[in-house]
Design a protein around this ligand. Structure first.
Ligand code: GDP
Ligand code: MG
Length: 164
């Protein structure tokens, strides 16, 4: 079986945009599962000759506040469980939210390698300040990327394949 890389994070941080950037372009979704905590899509990807499966842990259903928190926690847990490496994606424009802190806690406990990645940093000259507060998540150095522009995604993939 191929090694598995899961992209975990709150809704709207840019998980699907990142998947679209790094998955094989003309590859249809390999497999989809539906359900509040199992809603995810699988995509084949490769980087410098290393072939892997990418999971987009999308589609967390909006419920009441408690159900929402719980589903985020379960998504993070399920994603990390299946993965060899986790890309934990956060939004550099919103800063670290309580949901990010919750997901970080779950991921730290998973024991899996976690690459904390800060998205939506579209201007590489201005990223330092936005990065700083994510050290508080306790997952080491945050990596700046812009999934929509492509800045930083090559460096991220270099790190991903090093962990596989
Ligand atoms: P998901 O819910 O985590 O899968 O997030 P999406 O990939 O659907 O993205 C949510 C929104 O953020 C969309 O409007 C994207 O266009 C936007 N977005 C994603 N990546 C970036 C980025 O690098 N920069 C900016 N400015 N917007 C982004
Ligand atoms: Mg999505």
């Amino acid at each position: 079986a191929l090694p598995v890389v899961a992209i975990v994070g709150r809704p709207n941080v840019g998980k699907s945009t990142l998947v679209n950037r790094i998955a094989r372009k003309n590859e249809a979704i390999v497999h989809e599962m539906r359900g509040v905590t199992r809603d995810r899509s699988y995509h084949e990807a490769d980087w410098n000759g290393v072939h892997f499966m990418l999971i987009d842990t999308g589609g967390i259903e909006m419920g009441d506040e408690d159900a929402f928190q719980k589903s985020i926690r379960e998504q993070a847990f399920a994603g990390a469980n299946e993965a060899d490496v986790v890309i934990f994606l956060v939004d550099g424009r919103t800063g670290a939210t309580p949901d990010d802190i919750e997901v970080a806690r779950v991921l730290r406990k998973s024991g899996k390698p976690v690459l904390l990645t800060v998205n939506k940093l579209d201007n590489p000259d201005k990223e330092d300040e936005a990065l700083w507060e994510f050290y508080s998540l306790g997952l080491g150095d945050p990596r700046p990327i812009s999934a929509s522009h492509g800045h930083g995604t090559g460096d991220l993939l270099d790190e991903v394949v090093e962990e596989l």
